[in-house]
Design a protein around this ligand. Structure first.
Ligand SMILES: [Ca+2]
Ligand SMILES: [Ca+2]
Length: 396
């Protein structure tokens, strides 16, 4: 650099710089942060022409300073502004996951926020947890049903209890019809309770001997939902006592999932299955144990509990499965028998060519109920027959 010389005019200093450095222009720059802003200043000294030019720009962050420097320099040099970087477009949101593409890592979520995953050995998607208080509340509100609360406090994500098998089935049918109408599921998709054998597959039991759940009851010893040890380790689930942190029901998903991503298959609440328990078809099946008991045999994966379809208590709940691509028989055979022998509309099923006898609702002086989806009253509780709005002609 040229030595500083006293009394040297600016023009003389420039000339000396040109002579000693052999340059025509000198660029000076500085960057500073003031508050939340970054300020970038660039000054150009044209040593030959004694012309100065300066630009300052403020930017919001350090990443923007490189672009700002390019803009300032181009402007000082009289060049066209640099091409703007293409604005990053927001990522195209992924297409909504369809039920059939659900995986353990990417469950499919329905309109109530219930998540479903496939279970090897079955053709259905299992809800990863039991039906929650808030899920059941949506059903109860839509169908004007009274919810029987337990004696203990439950939050919205606790499993619904005091639900009979009949009511659990109605929940599945309501949800099927609601989501078909909304386009959430296809017209050939449907919800139902898991079968006893599907539940066994979900809890990873090997093939069990026996034609009925009663015959399969406790046939495989020493296997529990969490493994082979007993008593259950603390992470296994919500069983009797509060050493696991929950004296009554726990929010679903509070304990470890099983290898298929399913929570609470053991403990929290017993879960209704679709099947009859016995050949006499008096009882329905419950699986998985609950917060209420810790007996070793009760906690076996192969253990079955049973009760009448109208039975309710505070440690019984249910879990839904989604059948993809197969409409339920109660929709396909609108006048025929349902899977368990119940009849959708007995009168019309017997003699569809003849005028059906009055529907029980009509006998009560009711006309056809409001069309779906406005709060259909699905079942006539007094006679136990299904009486769905979409099953009946205006005369029934
Ligand atoms: Ca407990
Ligand atoms: Ca359970």
């Amino acid at each position: 650099m040229a030595k500083s010389q006293p009394n040297l005019s600016q023009e003389d200093a420039r000339q000396q710089a040109v002579n000693q450095l052999g340059i025509q222009q000198l660029y000076l720059g500085s960057a500073a942060k003031l508050g939340s802003k970054h300020f970038l200043s660039v000054k150009v000294l044209n040593l030959n022409l004694s012309v100065d030019a300066a630009e300052t720009e403020s930017v919001d962050n350090e990443e923007q300073m490189v672009d700002a420097l390019a803009r300032i320099t181009a402007k000082l040099l009289g060049l066209p502004p640099p091409a703007l970087k293409p604005v990053a477009m927001p990522e195209t949101p992924p297409a909504p996951l369809k039920p059939h593409s659900a995986t353990k890592e990417h469950p499919w979520t329905n309109s109530l926020g219930m998540r479903f995953v496939p279970v090897p050995g079955t053709k259905v998607l299992f809800c990863i947890w039991g039906t929650r208080v808030k899920d059941y509340a949506a059903f109860a509100k839509a169908t004007e049903r009274k919810v029987e609360k337990p004696d203990f406090t439950q939050g919205p994500t606790h499993p619904a209890v005091n639900v009979s098998w009949n009511e659990a089935v109605l929940f599945c049918e309501w949800l099927t019809t609601k989501e078909q109408a909304e386009g959430v599921i296809g017209s050939d998709d449907s919800y139902r309770l898991p079968t006893d054998r599907e539940w066994s597959a979900a809890v990873d039991l090997p093939e069990e001997p026996g034609a009925t759940p009663q015959e399969r009851d406790q046939r495989i010893k020493g296997v529990y939902p969490w493994g082979n040890e007993f008593p259950p380790p603390g992470w296994a689930g919500n069983y009797a006592g509060d050493s696991d942190g929950f004296p009554n029901t726990a929010p679903v998903g509070s304990f470890r999932p099983n290898p298929y991503g399913l929570y609470d298959l053991g403990g929290n609440v017993w879960e209704w299955c679709e099947d009859w328990y016995d050949n006499e078809q008096k009882y329905r099946v419950l699986r998985g144990g609950s917060w209420y008991r810790n007996d070793p045999d009760y906690l076996l994966s192969s253990n079955r509990n049973n009760n009448t379809p109208d039975h309710r208590n505070d440690n019984n709940g249910f879990r839904c499965v989604l059948v993809v691509g197969s409409a339920p028989r109660w929709q396909n055979q609108r006048m025929g028998a349902m899977s368990d022998g119940r009849t959708a509309c007995p009168a019309r099923a017997k003699s569809p060519a003849q005028p059906p006898p009055p529907c029980p609702w009509a006998q009560r002086g009711k006309t056809r109920r409001q069309p779906w989806p406005v709060t259909p009253r699905l079942r006539d509780e007094s006679h136990g027959r299904f009486c769905r709005p979409w099953l009946f002609s205006p005369s029934c």
